[in-house]
Design a protein around this ligand. Structure first.
Ligand code: ADP
Ligand code: MG
Ligand code: ZN
Length: 616
């Protein structure tokens, strides 16, 4: 990718060059300063050396006396005293001596040469480099010294990113909205004729890794206009006011280059809500920067053709002033890809690696439910790496499937050896999950069960795969999911009459689900349709803050444990009724370590054989 970027580091080296020039100059103007031969001595030494006839030559100047020893090897210097006998004493000693001839060099000239000239030279050097840098940036010239307060925006000119909309898979709505903006910048007359004006700003919102930055780069690649790209954090400066200056500079440049696009990535770094400032005045610098941004966005005239794009995964944290009409009034959601989107993203990235012919993208996409574009790109890359590791010339379906697990659950931990007893416990635990899932009609079928430990810490896991996509979940489905989560612990308790720490993650997830049922989805009769929490980071895990009294909170907690207990009992009952199958499948898993969904269903559906616990 070719981009024009102002180098930052070289500023330091320019300083060093200038310092060298200064030192060199000093060396010529005050040669003595760098001459180790000059030795400062007192006037008494001078007199005694004169009397002892140790002096070679003497030069008397208006403010100092420089003299040498007999062999003229060592140069001495001393001050001038009112000494009427000096001349006769020198004459007696036989030294050569002379006075400085005042040929009209006034102190003014002296100061000029030794101080002002070097400084002037230094300024000139800086001005020169500054101007050079500004030219490289395509800017106007060194308006500010040393690049401080400069926006540092990367400027992409004329589709140099090489990324086009076709490189972004899925996200059709987002692409459509962005394509409209590109179209407007290319043919503004068509819009003006009708009287339509483009929104000044568009905000790309969505979870991390869904391709927001990529989309913006694609816009740069599609639009034949300059594209300024800067990250919100680059505005955050050490000095108060610097960030605001950068914003000003960015918009100044953008106005000059209009029509153009300005892209501010991770805008939440500067666009966070301004607080009342009751705690020590808040963050002054950030607020100033934000205020400047707001002012600039109001200041320019939309018809000029400057469009501002921004991306964030925390839209709710943004200052409301940024979102009001006239600023970022177009919101472009960039969501996690659906099944088709995942297939398309896999295909886009698969072009970059060598693949075996029989790869089934749909199967991989189905397994990787909930994965973001970035994770899918990673899955493809991991598969290629695995193929190399295993000495293959192309990546196969198996590589891809394994790398899905790597991305979801971490690498296989070959050197962690579980004791047989532990392995057996994990087998029953995982089969407990799978069996409960399979026995509930609405639960998704099992894709794979494994008891090979992973680097993420999981000792085994059950991979469930939804056949189709779901956008709504019924209450029964949520309950079934909780039952499945409790299935692991239920199996342990049922078979070993003892429970282990292996269920911690299940407990966490089950609690989250039950919590959401009560406080967010109104799925419990006691509270009904009352929301008791507000989601805060919908794209970043969705922290929620409770908005209810302590008393209600206690009741919520109680309700949650009731829900989970109920499902736990149901899971236990299901397993109890199918204990022979539990033994059979757990035994099989214990022996094979990994079983596929088909094997699992086969064992589950074949006629019952006599119940027999797995080998202890
Ligand atoms: P974010 O939304 O966090 O800005 P990025 O745009 O940085 O995400 O995406 C990271 C990487 O993930 C991209 O460089 C690309 O390789 C991959 N990616 C994400 N979404 C897509 C997509 N829709 N199509 C193709 N690749 C994608
Ligand atoms: Mg990004
Ligand atoms: Zn579990």
């Amino acid at each position: 990718m070719e981009e024009q970027k102002k180098p930052r580091k070289p500023v330091i080296s320019y300083w060093i060059i200038a310092l060298c020039i200064f030192l060199l100059l000093q060396a010529f103007v005050f040669p003595n300063l760098f001459n180790g031969r000059v030795k400062e001595v007192g006037y008494d030494t001078f007199i005694s050396m004169t009397e002892n006839k140790e002096i070679g030559s003497v030069q008397i100047e208006s403010s100092q006396i420089t003299f040498t020893d007999k062999d003229e090897k060592q140069v001495y210097r001393t001050g001038v005293l009112n000494d009427p006998d000096l001349i006769s004493r020198l004459y007696d000693s036989g030294a050569k001596f002379e006075a400085e001839i005042d040929n009209g060099t006034s102190p003014l000239v002296y100061i000029l040469i030794s101080y002002i000239l070097p400084i002037a030279l230094m300024v000139l050097v800086f001005y020169f480099f500054n101007k050079k840098m500004a030219q490289r940036m395509g800017g106007d010239g060194g308006s500010m010294m040393f690049g401080m307060g400069k926006s540092n925006a990367k400027v992409y000119v004329k589709s140099t990113t090489g990324i086009k909309f076709q490189d972004v898979a899925g996200e059709e709505e987002a692409k459509e909205l962005l394509a409209e903006i590109v179209d407007y910048l290319h043919k503004p007359e068509r819009y003006k004729e009708i009287g339509a004006s483009m929104p000044k700003g568009a905000l790309l919102v969505g979870p991390p890794g869904t391709g927001k930055t990529l989309l913006a780069k694609a816009v740069a690649g599609e639009a034949n206009v300059p594209f300024f790209s800067i990250s919100g954090s680059e505005f955050v400066e050490m000095f108060v006011g610097m960030g605001a200056a950068k914003v000003r500079d960015l918009f100044k440049q953008a106005n000059e280059k209009a029509p153009c696009i300005v892209f501010i990535d991770e805008i939440d770094a500067i666009g966070k809500k301004r607080d009342g400032g009751q705690f020590g005045g808040g963050n002054d610098e950030r607020e100033q920067t934000l205020n400047q941004l707001l002012t600039e966005m109001d200041g320019f005239d939309g018809s000029k053709g400057v469009v501002i794009l921004a991306a964030t995964n925390r839209p709710e944290a943004l200052d409301p002033a940024l979102l009001r009409p006239g600023r970022f009034d177009r919101r472009i959601p960039v969501e996690l890809p659906d099944l088709q989107g995942r297939i398309d993203i896999l295909k886009v990235h698969a072009k970059k690696i060598k693949l075996a012919g029989n790869v089934d993208f749909a199967a991989i996409a189905r397994t990787a439910a909930g994965a973001s574009g970035a994770e899918l790109a990673n899955i493809i890359n991991e598969a290629a790496l695995r193929a190399v590791r295993l000495g293959r010339s192309c990546a196969t379906q198996e590589d891809l499937m394994e790398s899905v697990e790597v991305v979801i659950a971490g690498y296989q931990k070959k050197n962690r050896v579980l004791s047989n007893k532990e392995k057996l416990t994990v087998s029953y635990h995982e089969v407990g999950h799978a069996l409960v899932a399979a026995l509930q009609t609405q639960s998704a079928p099992v894709q794979k069960i494994t008891i090979i430990p992973r680097t993420s810490g999981a000792l085994g896991y059950t991979m469930q795969v939804e056949e189709g996509e779901h956008f709504l979940m019924t209450k029964t489905e949520m309950e079934n999911k909780i039952a499945t989560l409790t299935g692991g612990r239920a199996a342990e308790a049922l078979i070993f009459k003892e429970i282990t720490t292996g269920a911690s993650n299940d407990i966490e997830q089950a609690t989250k689900l039950a919590h959401a049922m009560v406080s967010r989805f109104g799925m419990c009769d006691e509270f009904g349709m009352v929301t008791m929490e507000a989601t805060q980071n919908q794209y970043l895990g969705g922290d929620a803050s409770l908005s209810c009294s302590m008393e209600t909170q206690t009741r919520i907690d109680q309700k949650i444990s009731e829900i989970i207990q109920e499902q736990y009992n149901r899971a236990t009952a299901l397993l109890q009724a199918n204990t022979p199958k539990l033994h059979e499948i757990a035994k099989y898993l214990y022996e094979h370590e990994t079983i596929t969904g088909e094997e699992f269903m086969q064992i589950l559906n074949r006629p019952q054989i006599t119940a027999q616990p797995a080998a202890q």
